[in-house]
Design a binder for this molecule. Structure first.
Ligand code: F0G
Length: 460
């Protein structure tokens, strides 16, 4: 008979101890860090859900592959393997390794984006937005309306609003849109998938106006699995075939292999345009390294190549998406408001709904993230006005579209009891919601302020 429990499809082979800092140590850590969870030391954290990026466990196949790493400066065997895996997966002929996703963004955008341009995306992630803006261009988010409404139920909340995309291109002129980007899954919008039909519609708009289409492919495998589960016509198609179809609709991609590459470091740009790739490689050599290693060791290239193959395993993807849903269901059943349906790599708590007494410019999601750490040593990340708002002179911040706390789940790392503990902490904090107060920022950087800002609780 078939049993319904979906087990972790792996055995644990190597373990790392988790420290269990007590409440007093956590409080001291918070004060030292200026209530910014990026300032904590990892051994001050019990369950670390800050990010799913580079924090996963590698398989024994990946570790074994690392021993085969060819560290030749130019033309290493490990690069040729990496290149062939990426070519086979994406169908793109030009493969440019980078040390992580943002390096791919920096190089591609510097090669394609001019001052005054507009780059549409469903929702730019923080580094993607910052890298567009760093080129003097506008990063424009055009996700469908349901994508910014945490409680709206839609199977593909990451979809691009095709009407607004077309209107944007008409408004600024195709000549000022260097490419259209779509992020799969849509991380800043709740880890929500994009449908194949929507990718096809973006492709049509790009063809009509002769604009390249670039995928931000960090979580391509999770997106492919959602298409398999939810989109008409794909129930019998495997994740690899779906992923290849997704890539076939685009002209290129940027990738952080720290997510669906199942590696601790790595990334790439993949393109069909040889001339553009040559420009990217020139910049790559300036800042990352020669074009056959791009800031990575040969053994990293091996780990990513194997990871890209493993991530499309159906048993892995079924467990991955189901285990995220498990946390979501547990806390939603206790009336904790979350972005519904849950995303692939993370559960996003809707802090604006949970803490209506804290206005957005007093950072309700920051307040919630701090409290989850204070009470239970669980580290999530604010995705709200701290991350995406703007300071204004003599006025409260411009606020973000949503106030979320993301609990990102590292791949193949935590077991069900870790997740049960997280749910217990979240539900406990939700029960004390009335006691939580807002924060103010006492120092911040001119961009990507969330990494280093310092806070003070209001009313102190
Ligand atoms: N694009 C998306 C959608 C991302 O989520 C990230 C990273 C990047 C690009 C940049 O990749 O970190 O390798 O330079 N997201 C991580 C996160 C940091 O926590 O969501 P990177």
């Amino acid at each position: 008979m078939e049993y319904s429990t979906i087990i972790e499809p792996f055995r644990i082979h190597t373990v790392q101890a988790i420290d269990l800092p007590d409440a007093e140590r956590r409080e001291a850590a918070l004060q030292r860090a200026g209530y910014n969870l990026f300032g904590l030391n990892a051994d001050e954290v019990i369950i670390d859900l800050l990010t799913d990026s580079g924090t996963g466990a590698m398989s024994s196949q990946q570790w074994a592959g690392m021993m085969l790493g060819d560290e030749s400066y130019a033309g290493s065997r490990s690069f040729r393997r990496f290149e062939s895996v990426v070519q086979d997966l994406t169908g793109f002929s030009e493969v440019i390794p980078t040390h992580q996703g943002r390096a791919a963004e920096k190089i591609l955008f510097e090669s394609m984006v001019n001052e005054g341009d507009v780059v549409p995306n469903n929702t730019h992630f923080d580094t993607t937005r910052a890298n567009v803006e760093y080129q003097g261009a506008e990063a424009r988010d055009l996700v469908i309306a349901a994508g910014t409404d945490p409680s709206a139920i839609h199977l593909f909340k990451g979809n691009m609003d095709i009407g607004r995309l077309r209107a944007s291109v008409e408004e600024v002129g195709a000549g000022r849109v260097p490419f259209v980007m779509v992020t799969v899954t849509n991380n800043s919008g709740g880890g929500q998938p994009v449908s194949m039909a929507n990718l096809r519609a973006v492709r049509e708009v790009c063809d009509e106006y002769d604009i390249p289409f670039i995928l931000d492919a960090c979580r391509f495998a999770e997106n492919a699995w959602f298409i398999h589960l939810r989109e008409d016509g794909y129930a019998d198609t495997d994740a690899g075939t779906i992923a290849r179809e997704m890539f076939s609709l685009a002209d290129g991609c940027t990738m952080s292999a720290k997510k669906d590459g199942l590696a601790n470091i790595g990334g790439f740009i993949a393109l069909n345009d040889g001339e553009l790739a040559a420009r990217c490689r020139n910049l790559l050599i300036l800042t990352e390294g020669f074009s056959t290693y791009g800031g990575l060791a040969g053994y990293d290239l091996e780990a990513v190549a194997t990871g890209l193959e493993e991530v499309l395993d159906e048993n892995y993807l079924r467990y991955r998406i189901r285990s995220t849903q498990y946390l979501a269901d547990k806390i939603a059943n206790a009336d904790v408001p979350i972005v519904q349906p849950p995303g692939g790599h993370a559960v996003y708590i809707d802090a604006a709904a949970m803490l209506p007494h804290i206005p957005a410019h007093e950072y309700p999601a920051q307040a919630l993230a701090v409290e989850l750490y204070r009470r239970g040593g669980v580290r999530g990340v604010e995705i709200g006005t701290v991350m995406f708002g703007r300071p204004r002179d003599d006025a409260p911040d411009d606020t973000a579209a949503m106030e979320l706390v993301r609990l990102a789940i590292p791949r193949r790392t935590y077991t069900q009891s870790h997740i049960d503990y997280v749910a217990e902490v979240v539900i406990d904090v939700a029960g004390r919601r009335a006691d939580l107060g807002g924060y103010r920022i006492v120092s911040q950087a001119p961009w990507l302020r969330h990494f280093t800002a310092r806070f003070e609780p209001l009313g102190e």
